[in-house]
Design a protein around this ligand. Structure first.
Ligand code: CA
Length: 653
C-alpha cells in the first residue's frame, strides 16, 4: 500500500478499475475450511505486506504455532495442511505499512467465547441427528411472520422450559411444555404452532458484541452489534466456550421449528459493525466502511459506522454470508436491518442468487427501508428506501411504516393517534394501506403487495398495548385491563389483517404484550423484555382473536395475492361518513367466499350500512374472529359496532 495516502486518494483507489482488476476475488472459499483430510485458511487482505497465522489450543493461551502465509493472486493469503485442525483456535497477525495488528478472521465460521479468536470447524461434525434430512415445511400461500428474540421466548420460568435451557437455542427443541407445567396451556414451540403463524423471525442470532457470553444469564441485548457475521451468538448456547456447541444448538432449534411446521428467518445487520475497529477493518483498512473525505466515518446507522455495502468485495462478503446461512443453517428468510443503508443492486443480486439455488421466492427477503441518518453511497448506487421501490426486485419487501402509523398513530410522538385510537381524517390513507400502497403514492412506488410488510408492532418503539395506553388513557397502569383499549387493539389487528401485503407481528402482540412503556428496550432487563407467559394467558381471548384472524386470512386469496394484479381485487371503496370505511374484495371463485365486504368503523356509535346485493355470511366482528365457522346468513342493512371491524363473505356457488 502507498504510505501516506489521503482518505480521498484511498477511496478513489478502492473504487478504481485498477484495484478491481487486481484484487477482485471471486472464489467462494475465504475463511477456514476443514474436513478430516485437510484444513485451508484463506484471507483477503490485498494491502498486507505479511500475514502470520497463529494457532492456539484455547482462547487465552499463547500460540502453539505461528505460520507465515503465502500471498497468492487477488490479494488472497493462503495456508493449507493435510491435517484436520477442527477445534483449533486461530487469528492473524497482519502487517500493513510496517504496522502489525492482530485480527480474528472476518470469514470465521466458529469462534471462542466472546468471539475474539476464531476457531476452525469441520461443519460435518456439528450436525444434529436428522439434519441431513431437514427440510423446511412446504411454502404456504400466505406468510405470517412472528418476530422473536431467543431470550424473550423462554426466559420466564412460567414458560415450563427446563431451567438450564431457558433463554437458549435449546428451548426451541422442546414440545409438550405448558404454563408452569399445568398441562393445559401450551407454551414454547407448541404455542407457536397452535397460533397458526408460518415463520419465526429470530432477532440477531449471529455473534454480537454487547453481551458477555461468560456471564450472560442476566445480561440482555437485542444484538444489533455484529462481531462475527458468520458465527451464531454464544450467549444462547449452553456452552459458549466450545465453538461447535452454539452451531449445533442453533441447528437443533431450526430443525425443531421446521419439524413443527415453522419456517425460520434471521435478522441480519450488514449495515454497521459493533466497533469500527472490526476484523474487516483490521484486514483491509477502510475498505468496508463509508467515509467522508476528512476521514470521519459515515454514521447513517447512528451506531458509529456504516458498511460500504456497494463496494465489490463488500457486496461479495454480504452475499456470501447470506448464502452461507441459507446453505449451512437452512435459513428460510432474511430481514435486513436498516436496509436503507444498503444498495438496491446488492439486494437484487441476493434475490437472484437465492432464487437460483433454492427456487423462486422460496426464501423471503425484506428489510427496513430507512436509515437513522444520511450515508452517501458511491456514485450510481441507490439506497433501498421507499422512493426506490421501483428499482428493487418485486420480491424484496419493506416494512410499511405508512401502514403502521396510519393504523395506530405516530411511532415517535406517542400521543398522536391513528385510525383505531381516535385519529381523524385517515380514511383515505387506510384505503392505501388496504391496497398495500399500490398505485397510491409517487413517493412509495410499490410494484406489488410482495413488496409490503404490514405491521403494527415490532421490537422497536412502544408495543401496541403500550402505544394504545399512552395515546388513549395515559393515566392507566400498563398492567390494568381495559375494555376500550382492547376494543381498539382488536380493531388494529383486524385492519392490519385485512390489508394486502405480507403480515408481521411482534411476539406477544397477540397477547397484549407490554414493556411498561419502555420504547427502546434493547438493553433493558430480561424481565421487561421476556414473554410473560402468565400475562399472555390472561389475554387468552385476544390470543383467540388473533388465531381466528390468522386462520381466516389464510382463506382469503383476494387479500393474500402478492402479485401486481392484486390491486384489482379491491373494489367499491367508500367512505360513507367520517370514520367509516367500506370496500369489497374479489376473492377467488375457488375460495369459500367469492366476494368479501369489509367494514371499518372508528366512531363511537353503531353504524348502519348496506351490504351489496345477495346473501352474506358474517365472518368476523369485534366479538369473534371465528364467526366464519358458523353459518349466520344476512342481507341488506347491517350494523357495525363502534371501534370495530366487520367482515362478510358471499358464499361461492
Ligand atoms: Ca457474542
Amino acid at each position: 500500500m502507498e504510505i501516506n495516502m489521503t482518505v480521498k486518494e484511498q477511496k478513489q483507489y478502492y473504487e478504481s478499475n485498477a484495484f478491481r482488476e487486481k484484487y477482485m476475488y471471486t472464489g467462494d472459499d475465504l475463511g477456514a475450511s476443514c474436513d478430516e483430510n485437510r484444513t485451508q485458511f484463506k484471507l483477503w487482505s490485498p494491502l498486507a505486506d505479511s500475514i502470520t497465522l497463529n494457532l492456539y489450543f484455547n482462547r487465552t493461551d499463547a500460540a502453539f504455532q505461528s505460520i507465515s502465509m503465502e500471498k497468492q493472486e487477488k490479494g488472497v493469503w493462503v495456508y493449507q495442511t493435510s491435517q484436520s485442525y477442527h477445534g483449533v483456535y486461530y487469528d492473524y497477525t497482519i502487517e500493513i505499512d510496517g504496522k502489525k495488528q492482530l485480527s480474528a478472521d472476518p470469514y470465521a465460521k466458529a469462534c471462542a467465547c466472546n468471539g475474539e479468536r476464531s476457531m476452525v470447524v469441520d461443519l460435518s461434525l456439528t450436525n444434529p441427528d436428522g439434519w441431513e434430512q431437514d427440510k423446511a415445511p412446504q411454502k404456504t400461500d400466505e406468510q405470517i411472520v412472528y418476530e422473536l428474540h431467543v431470550k424473550d421466548f423462554s426466559h420466564d420460568p412460567a414458560s415450563g422450559i427446563p431451567k438450564q435451557y431457558r433463554g437458549k437455542y435449546k428451548a426451541f427443541t422442546f414440545t409438550g411444555t405448558t404454563l408452569n407445567g399445568d398441562g393445559i396451556h401450551p407454551t414454547g414451540v407448541d404455542y407457536l404452532k397452535n397460533l397458526g403463524i408460518t415463520h419465526v423471525q429470530l432477532m440477531p442470532i449471529f455473534d454480537y458484541g454487547s453481551v458477555n457470553e461468560e456471564k450472560s444469564e442476566e445480561e440482555y441485548n437485542w444484538g444489533y452489534d455484529p462481531l462475527n457475521y458468520n458465527v451464531p451468538e454464544g450467549s444462547y448456547a449452553t456452552d459458549p466456550f466450545l465453538g461447535e456447541v452454539r452451531i449445533r444448538e442453533l441447528k437443533e432449534a431450526i430443525l425443531s421449528l421446521h419439524k413443527n411446521g415453522l419456517r425460520v428467518i434471521m435478522d441480519v445487520v450488514y449495515n454497521h459493525t459493533y466497533h469500527v475497529d472490526s476484523w474487516l477493518n483490521r484486514t483491509v483498512p477502510n475498505y468496508f466502511y463509508r467515509q467522508f473525505e476528512d476521514g470521519t466515518y459515515c454514521n447513517g446507522s447512528q451506531c458509529g459506522n456504516d458498511i460500504a455495502t456497494e463496494r465489490e468485495m463488500c457486496s461479495k462478503y454480504i452475499l456470501d454470508s447470506v448464502l452461507y446461512w441459507a446453505r449451512e443453517y437452512h435459513m428460510d428468510g432474511f430481514r435486513f436491518d436498516l436496509m436503507g443503508l444498503m444498495n438496491v443492486s446488492l439486494l437484487n443480486r441476493i434475490r437472484k442468487a437465492l432464487d437460483k439455488e433454492f427456487g423462486e421466492n422460496e426464501i423471503l427477503l425484506y428489510g427496513e427501508p430507512w436509515s437513522a441518518g444520511d450515508s452517501p453511497m458511491a456514485e450510481g448506487e441507490l439506497p433501498c428506501k421507499k422512493n426506490n421501490m421501483k428499482y428493487l426486485d418485486e420480491h424484496v419487501g419493506v416494512f410499511s411504516d405508512s401502514t403502521r402509523d396510519s393504523i395506530k398513530g405516530h411511532v415517535f410522538d406517542n400521543q398522536i393517534p391513528g385510525f383505531v385510537n381516535g385519529g381523524k381524517g385517515l380514511e383515505e390513507t387506510i384505503l392505501c394501506d388496504v391496497r398495500a400502497w399500490q398505485k397510491a403514492d409517487a413517493n412509495f412506488p410499490v410494484k406489488a403487495p410482495s413488496q409490503i410488510i404490514n405491521y403494527i408492532s415490532a421490537h422497536d418503539n412502544l408495543t401496541l398495548w403500550d402505544k394504545l395506553v399512552v395515546s388513549m388513557k395515559p393515566q392507566l397502569s400498563f398492567l390494568e385491563k381495559d375494555k376500550e383499549i382492547l376494543r381498539a387493539y382488536k380493531m388494529a389487528a383486524a385492519v392490519n389483517f385485512t390489508c394486502q401485503g405480507r403480515l408481521f407481528l411482534l411476539a406477544g402482540e397477540e397477547a397484549a404484550r407490554t414493556k411498561l412503556g419502555d420504547e427502546n428496550s434493547y438493553i433493558s432487563s430480561p424481565s421487561i423484555n421476556q414473554l410473560d407467559w402468565k400475562r399472555m394467558y390472561e389475554y387468552e381471548n385476544l390470543i383467540e382473536y388473533y388465531r381466528g384472524l390468522i386462520a381466516l386470512r389464510k382463506q382469503l386469496p383476494g387479500l393474500w395475492d402478492k402479485t401486481a394484479n392484486a390491486v384489482n381485487h379491491i373494489v367499491d371503496e367508500k367512505i360513507p361518513m367520517d370514520g367509516v370505511v367500506q370496500f369489497s374484495v374479489k376473492n377467488e371463485k375457488t375460495a369459500k367466499w367469492s366476494q368479501l365486504a369489509i367494514w371499518y368503523n372508528n366512531t363511537n356509535n353503531i353504524q348502519k350500512l348496506a351490504l351489496p346485493e345477495g346473501e352474506w355470511q358474517i365472518l368476523l366482528d369485534e366479538t369473534s374472529s371465528f364467526l366464519w365457522k358458523m353459518q349466520e346468513i344476512v342481507s341488506g342493512q347491517q350494523e357495525i359496532s363502534p371501534v370495530s371491524v366487520k367482515i362478510f363473505g358471499k358464499r361461492s356457488l
